[in-house]
Design a protein around this ligand. Structure first.
Ligand code: HEM
Length: 205
């Protein structure tokens, strides 16, 4: 272990993050398989990026991933709220600082201190929490439309809930594409998310 390194990401955050990443990738790829059996739009997802091979197996993957996602998601919420992780790392989030960070990012100025999230990251991590909750709620609405009919009605009925579920997936996939692009642009953030430790960094661009 590097003697100069300091802890930046606590073990629960790392475990929850990587389990969540696996669950999300399984859910998205198997969801695309299910979508292909009854598309909402005039396109299907390429077979190579779907999981399961056919509808029934896609559903099995989706339901298996669902439990990991749900249990891990509850763990994430409980840890984030009880330990103060969300409050300390995602807040404060002032609109002015968010606009400034957006301007910086547009000009590819990406100041980053490992272990400290900039306003754009804070907004994205809070936003993806809301999107994930919407995904789960709309998923429940189309999984159990009879038992959970009040929830399904809240989304405007079964057919409308399918669209909500699809658009929430699209928002999550967009988050993931941006998240992975940022990791590729600032690759020194990746190892600390695995080992938990990093050398104290100056703000580098
Ligand atoms: C599968 C590939 C993924 C990779 C390689 C990856 C990588 C990373 C890295 C390197 C960080 C630390 C960023 C930093 O220190 O600035 C991070 C943080 C984070 N990622 Fe990911 N991520 C992945 C998937 C996901 C997914 C699917 C989600 C959510 C849907 C997600 C949500 C988050 C959140 C919320 C944080 C902040 C963690 C905290 O609260 O401290 N990531 N990710």
């Amino acid at each position: 272990m590097d003697a100069d390194s300091i802890p930046v990401h606590p073990t629960p955050v790392r475990l929850l993050h990587w389990a969540n990443a696996i669950a999300m990738l399984v859910m998205i790829a198997s969801g695309w398989q299910i979508y292909n059996a009854s598309p909402l739009f005039a396109f299907r997802f390429a077979k190579q990026i779907t999981l399961g091979g056919w509808l029934a197996a896609g559903l099995q993957w989706h339901f298996a991933g669902m439990w990991l996602l749900a249990i891990n998601g509850l763990g994430w919420l409980a840890y984030g709220l009880v330990s103060g992780h969300f409050r300390r790392h995602y807040l404060p989030l002032a609109p002015r600082s968010l606009l400034r960070a957006l301007g910086d990012a547009v000009h590819l100025r990406l100041p980053h201190q490992v272990g400290v999230y900039n306003p754009l990251q804070r907004a994205a991590y809070l936003g993806v929490l809301v999107i994930a909750m919407l995904l789960v709620a709309s998923g429940l609405a189309i999984w159990k439309p009879v038992q959970l009919q009040e929830l399904t009605a809240l989304f405007g009925g079964y057919d409308a809930a399918r669209f909500w579920h699809f658009f929430a997936m699209t928002a999550l996939a967009a988050f993931l594409a941006i998240h992975l692009t940022m990791v590729a642009l600032v690759p020194r953030t990746l190892l600390p998310m695995i080992t938990g430790r990093a050398r104290p960094s100056r703000e580098l661009e």
